[in-house]
Design a protein around this ligand. Structure first.
Ligand code: PEP
Length: 251
């Protein structure tokens, strides 16, 4: 039984004060929703305040990135051991990190291993660009990202992947439920091949890319989709709560 996960990626939005206000606004609604996991991933500087606000709630906390080294001369970076104890999850390999900050599959691989070593749960993001989609390369790109990002990593017992077609992120142009389900089915089969048949069944795979309250059911009613990684709509309390509530109702 895969427990659905609705995760909010706040990206580089909100000051600490704004983050606290936003969280306090959505917390009662989110906390009241059972049967699914709810997760928010605010900017690093707000994690400590969020940890305090969420500590007696059912809402979990995640970071948006980490460095793969434990400590040292890496000015401006945040290490896995700094996040452990504050966060449960960490987003790794988001397409914006891949596009603007040089997070190659090799770097992503190191970050995933480092997250596991620190006891954090990584959410591995994969997805094809518009050009790759239009030239029929989606399967090749997505399976390549998976194999390279997970090379040498043993199945950890549970794992979360977010399939986020780059052309659907922040564009308002979501994939269709069927398109997303087909690629996510392929991701599941690749995981089964890479690790084991059981892991393919167990791994939770989220869809991400312009998810809103209006299209949640389209994605969450698909058999292989276990939740959503939500960007823009996760900054709107009513909308994010509605996405989580609809998910809990449909399972
Ligand atoms: C994301 O940031 O991972 C994302 C999917 O963004 P949006 O929902 O805004 O498309």
């Amino acid at each position: 039984m895969r427990i659905p996960l609705i995760a909010g990626n706040w990206k580089m939005n909100t000051t600490v004060d704004e983050a606290v206000r936003l969280m306090k606004e959505m917390l009662p609604g989110l906390d009241a929703i059972d049967n699914i996991e709810k997760l928010v991933c605010p900017p690093f500087v707000s994690l400590h305040s969020m940890h305090e606000i969420l500590k007696d709630s059912s809402v979990k906390l995640g970071a948006q990135n980490l460095h793969y080294m434990e400590k040292g001369a890496y000015t401006g970076e945040i290490s896995p051991i700094m996040l452990a104890g504050i966060c449960e999850y960490v987003i790794i390999g988001h397409s914006e990190r891949r596009q603007y900050f040089g997070d190659t599959n090799e770097v992503v691989n190191k970050k995933i291993q480092a997250a596991f070593d620190a006891g954090l749960k990584p959410i591995l993001c994969i997805g094809e660009s518009l050009e790759e989609n239009e030239t029929g390369k989606t399967k090749e790109v997505v399976t390549g990202q998976l194999r390279q990002s997970l090379a040498g990593i043993d199945y950890p017992g549970s794992f979360v992947i977010a399939y986020e077609p780059v052309w659907a992120i922040g564009t308002g142009k979501a994939a269709t439920g069927m398109q997303a389900n087909n690629t996510i089915g392929l991701v599941r089969r690749t995981i089964a091949d890479l690790w084991s048949a059981g892991s393919g069944d167990d791994v939770r795979i989220l869809y991400g890319g312009s998810v809103t309250a209006a299209n949640t059911i389209e994605f969450l009613s698909q058999p292989d989709i276990d939740g959503a990684l939500v960007g823009g709509a996760s900054l709107k309390p009513d909308e994010f709560v509605s996405i989580a509530r609809q998910t809990a109702e449909i399972i």
